[in-house]
Design a protein around this ligand. Structure first.
Ligand SMILES: Cc1cc2nc3c(=O)[nH]c(=O)nc-3n(C[C@H](O)[C@H](O)[C@H](O)COP(=O)(O)O)c2cc1C
Length: 387
């Protein structure tokens, strides 16, 4: 009887769903030891992968600041799904392919601007919760690492203060994220300020017409930076395009129909995102959306530049999105956490991810990160038509 119960328990345990891991064990906590003090940042040299920044920020920041960055909407099902979706599809590495020069293929054009890698810093509010220099660290880190930074309108620093952190030679390209509120005069003002500060594009967030349910942050009375309920429509988008000469990218697209619509109205680019699972719980991960777009019509990735974010933590995550035709991939929370270390944290993250992308691509038999054959990935676990 006893052995039957033991066996039954083992079977139940083995068949139980795998518990969610916010950051899969990288050995960092064991390495630091149980007496590593709360409130201290690990040495930056001990941060070996992007998930390590999450542990570092959780240990170092006060609970309210960490919770504001970390929170997802409602049950955080989308937050978790964003992270887990990437592991559901596996590689089909191509052996004996000459991949020695794959690192030289990382440079990427985003809306005609040259950057050194196919990833960027996604717009996120309140960088000042992690470091007193706030967004200026992200500007300087992005410049040093030669990647794009999309600055958020609800940042700790103003548009002008952020622009002042750029090098004087004027060579750094930033894009400006905006929300649109009912008051179009205020929106016009922000569009004009962004242009005057040298921003090269506007990223218009369309997935947050209302506030969202974020229990983890609400506990500390930290609501959304954007709490207006706005009337977001395609007509408004057309109107905004007449209010500035800057290209306006649509951020927060999660369906094939909206990709099609964006192409039909001549949007310069779109940005697939579920806001890092912070807005509508149950919204799909970028990998699921992009796969659905590909299944419907792969040429959409040639008709319009498509960027994506939400849940990207590894070089392989970036490559899986690029394999579907995504131009460049954003990271939100990891950069906010890395900012706890200041500029060095930001540049360390950039270097880690570049190294991972090049090594992972080589190991998968990929010669050029912008020309990945979709057959390199077994998409079946996520597809609806099983190609
Ligand atoms: C603290 C925080 C603040 C954010 N603020 C904004 C914002 O103001 N506007 C916006 O479009 N997206 C915002 N986002 C969403 C990010 O742009 C991005 O879509 C998301 O963080 C990507 O998911 P990831 O954090 O898993 O990388 C924010 C995300 C975080 C974590």
């Amino acid at each position: 009887m006893h052995s039957f119960i033991t066996l039954a328990t083992l079977i139940v345990a083995a068949s139980a769903a795998r518990p969610f891991l916010n950051e899969p064990d990288t050995g960092l906590e064991e390495y630091l030891g149980t007496d590593f003090p709360v409130g201290k940042l690990p040495n930056l040299t001990d941060i070996r992968g992007i998930p390590d920044f999450d542990f570092a920020a959780r240990n170092y920041l006060n609970a309210s600041s960490y919770s504001f960055y970390r929170t997802g909407a409602a049950g955080e099902w989308s937050y978790r799904n964003n992270l887990e979706a990437f592991s559901r599809v596996r590689w089909r590495p191509q052996a004996l392919n000459d991949v020695h020069s794959v690192a030289s293929t990382l440079p990427t054009k985003i809306l005609g601007h040259n950057f050194s890698a196919p990833f960027f810093i996604a717009p996120a509010t309140r960088a000042g919760l992690a470091h007193e220099a706030a967004e200026s660290n992200l500007v300087k880190g992005a410049y040093a690492g030669d990647i794009l930074y999309i600055t958020a309108i609800y940042a700790t620093l103003s548009i002008e203060q952020i622009a002042a952190a750029k090098p004087a030679n004027g060579s750094q390209v930033l894009f400006q994220q905006l929300y649109a509120a009912a008051n179009l005069t205020a929106v016009q003002n922000n569009l004009d300020r962004a242009k005057a500060a040298g921003s090269k594009a506007i990223v218009f967030t369309i997935d947050a017409p209302a506030t969202s349910t974020r229990h983890r942050a609400a506990r500390y009375d930290l609501g959304n930076a954007n709490s207006d309920t706005a009337t977001l429509t395609w007509a408004l988008y057309a109107q905004l395009r007449n209010m500035t000469s800057l290209p306006i990218i649509l951020k927060g697209i999660t369906t094939v129909d909206d990709v099609r619509k964006a192409i039909s109205v001549g949007a310069p680019a779109i940005y697939v995102s579920n806001h890092g699972g912070r807005q509508l719980d149950g919204s799909p991960s970028p990998l699921e959306v992009c796969l659905e777009v590909y299944e419907n019509d792969p040429t959409m990735f040639q008709k319009i530049e498509i960027y994506a974010d939400s849940g990207v933590r590894y070089g392989t995550d970036v490559l899986k999105l690029l394999a579907l035709g995504v131009r460049a991939v954003g990271l939100g929370r990891p950069f906010m956490y890395a900012n706890a270390y200041g500029v060095e944290g930001v540049t360390h993250l950039i270097e880690l991810l570049k190294t991972e992308i090049a090594a992972d691509a080589a190991n998968a038999g990929i010669q050029d990160v912008h020309r990945i054959q979709r057959e390199r990935v077994n998409w079946k676990p996520l597809t609806t038509n099983g190609f």
